[in-house]
Design a protein around this ligand. Structure first.
Ligand code: GLY
Length: 293
């Protein structure tokens, strides 16, 4: 059995027009198919999730890579991470001017003794690894930031009123050797302060994998970090299948008003997904059948 599930971010359906939702639907399907193709060729789960996330980073409808949400200063600072069930982890935080943060995070995992590189250090490392300069800022996101500033308040960052969306892409896969892996990438939340790092770069928060399964979360990063949402979900997979584990974790998240979505696969290959938000873009492929939101 082979399986992959991807998400293109959770939030309010009002953040996207019906046309944009259709682009997001096509985008998550394309990402799931790209990852599944890797699995079908005998590739590892880690290769599949990286490919699925890379595809979504290159689709500007998603808040990751090109098309990322902007900081209050109008810049793009991206977070990304990946993890295998045998404990290999790599991440970048607040990285600018690269096309695919997930590929840089993979280099951190494979080529360094570290888990997380941030800011200028992450950019220097990316250049050293051969990643060329890329501008991920889109006109659509510039307009969205302008609207937020006009409104003067952010639901997620109430304390930012005086300075003045969320979304993340993620993928979890199960390969022919019954190993699972996860990858996650995000532009963070629109209007964030420069230097803010969200859950997508943090082990156990936006990304976690162990012998029981692998999970990624999307949504309000500060709460996802406080709850260590991916870690508690994977821990629940010791006892429950992926869907039940995710539902229990979301129950916990709801107690705190954490606006989020979770996708995951347990070590038996069961897929799970859910959200506390109104909307989440997702798609999965299992044994050749493609299902999407
Ligand atoms: N989950 C995206 C963020 O809060 O950065």
């Amino acid at each position: 059995m082979l399986a992959i599930i991807v998400n293109g971010g959770a939030g309010s359906s009002k953040a996207l027009t019906p046309e944009e939702q259709e682009i997001a639907r096509k985008g998550v399907k394309k990402a799931a198919e790209a990852g599944y193709l890797v699995l079908g060729k005998g590739g590892k789960a880690i290769d599949a999730v990286v490919e699925a996330v890379r595809v979504m980073e290159d689709e500007p409808i998603f808040n990751a890579g090109t098309g990322s949400a902007l900081t209050i200063n109008g810049e793009v600072e991206m977070d990304a991470s990946l993890m295998t069930m045998d404990g290999h982890f790599g991440a970048v935080g607040a990285i600018k001017d690269v096309k695919n943060p997930i590929l840089v995070a993979r280099k951190v995992m494979e080529e360094t003794d570290h888990l997380l590189l941030v800011g200028e250090g992450a950019i220097k490392f990316a250049r050293h690894m051969g990643f060329v300069k890329h501008n991920p800022i889109t006109k659509r996101q510039q307009e969205k930031l302008a609207k937020l500033k006009e409104k003067g308040e952010s639901h997620y960052f109430p304390k930012l009123k005086k300075y003045l969306k969320y979304g993340t892409v993620g993928a979890v896969a199960f390969d022919k050797n019954q190993t699972v892996a996860v990858a996650n990438s995000s532009g963070g939340i629109r209007g964030k302060l420069p230097g803010r790092v969200g859950d997508s770069a943090i082990l156990g928060a936006g990304t976690f994998a162990s012998l029981f399964g692998a999970v990624t979360a999307t949504g309000h990063g500060e709460w996802i970090m406080k709850l260590l949402l991916s870690k508690i979900t994977v821990d629940l997979m010791k006892t429950y299948n992926a869907q039940t584990a995710i539902e229990l974790a979301l129950k916990e998240a709801k107690k705190y008003g954490c606006l989020c979505g979770i996708i995951g696969i347990d070590v038996k290959g069961n897929i799970g997904f859910g959200k506390t938000t109104e909307y989440m873009a997702w798609a999965y492929l299992r044994d050749g059948a493609l299902i999407s939101f």
